[in-house]
Design a protein around this ligand. Sequence first.
Ligand SMILES: Cc1cc2nc3c(=O)[nH]c(=O)nc-3n(C[C@H](O)[C@H](O)[C@H](O)COP(=O)(O)OP(=O)(O)OC[C@H]3O[C@@H](n4cnc5c(N)ncnc54)[C@H](O)[C@@H]3O)c2cc1C
Length: 290
Amino acid sequence: MKHFEYFSAHSAEEAVALLQKYSPDALPIAGGTELLVRMKQNLIHPKVLVDITHVPEFQGIALTEEGLRIGSLVTHAEVAASPLVRQFAPAVAAASGSVGAVQTRNLGTLGGNLVSCVPSIDSAPALLVLEAQAVVFGVNGRRQFPLTELFVGPRCSSLTPAELLEAVIIPRHNLGKPTCFSKFGRRKALTIALVNAAACVETNPERTHFSQVRLALGAVAPTPIRAYTAEAYLAGRPIAQEVLLEAGRLAAEDAKPIDDFRASAEYRRHLIGVLTRRVIEGALAGMPKV
Ligand SMILES: Cc1cc2nc3c(=O)[nH]c(=O)nc-3n(C[C@H](O)[C@H](O)[C@H](O)COP(=O)(O)OP(=O)(O)OC[C@H]3O[C@@H](n4cnc5c(N)ncnc54)[C@H](O)[C@@H]3O)c2cc1C
């Protein structure tokens, strides 16, 4: 690993000022589970690291007027164990619980996961189906936008070099809605997703028809995506196996999977169909009985 300078910031303003001062040679570091691996592999060589783990504004999980706010520095272990996340956004807790091993979950943060913009990141699909907002802090203060707009391409976010992800907010109107996350990898645990998926499902009161379904997929396109064609197809359709099969087929059309060393595009398309059915059925199964 090449020599670098290290600064520890104790406020959002200080972190952003340091990043701006040393831009373009500086990067923020949170848990370091992604960044340090890439530095050790000589894939990136930042001259300055700004440690943001002591920035108080980026910590904590809280229910606010706007919704459920999860600070970017909250670790996957904390997300997975949080009673608030488990109650109001169970798929988000499940997604964080599926990340790496216990050591990775104890260090790796939700913010680091999202900003890394790796197409297979596990935290994205569940947050996308809950229409989460990203709160970003920069030299001009805070701005907020739909989380979908954070993802620009593989390892490319929409943040400027001196901007930091402060938190994500799951809007109040989506809290407690039935959701499910599922991930398929080459092993049952400690695995990077070949495909991951999440659904948020609403039905008519009799539970015979879908009223609205939001579906998101990871590792099947340059960024995590919503499967809008499948979502539009499902609205108003009966809850039936053939409908789920067609939704899976349409979701595969929404995606742009590639062949790589982990799996072929064709296999990923097959997995999209399987996981689409799995997450929709999982969300339905979590609903109270009619
Ligand atoms: C063994 C192993 C297994 C893994 N398994 C999984 C897995 O199963 N699923 C999965 O999704 N990921 C996995 N990962 C990837 C990684 O652990 C996660 O993405 C983790 O959440 C990254 O968080 P971090 O705090 O460690 O980020 P860091 O490594 O500190 O940072 C990652 C990137 O984000 C930037 N950054 C960090 N925080 C912020 C912020 N608040 N604002 C702006 N930029 C920021 C950094 O500059 C860096 O570019 C694994 C990694 C390892 C090493």
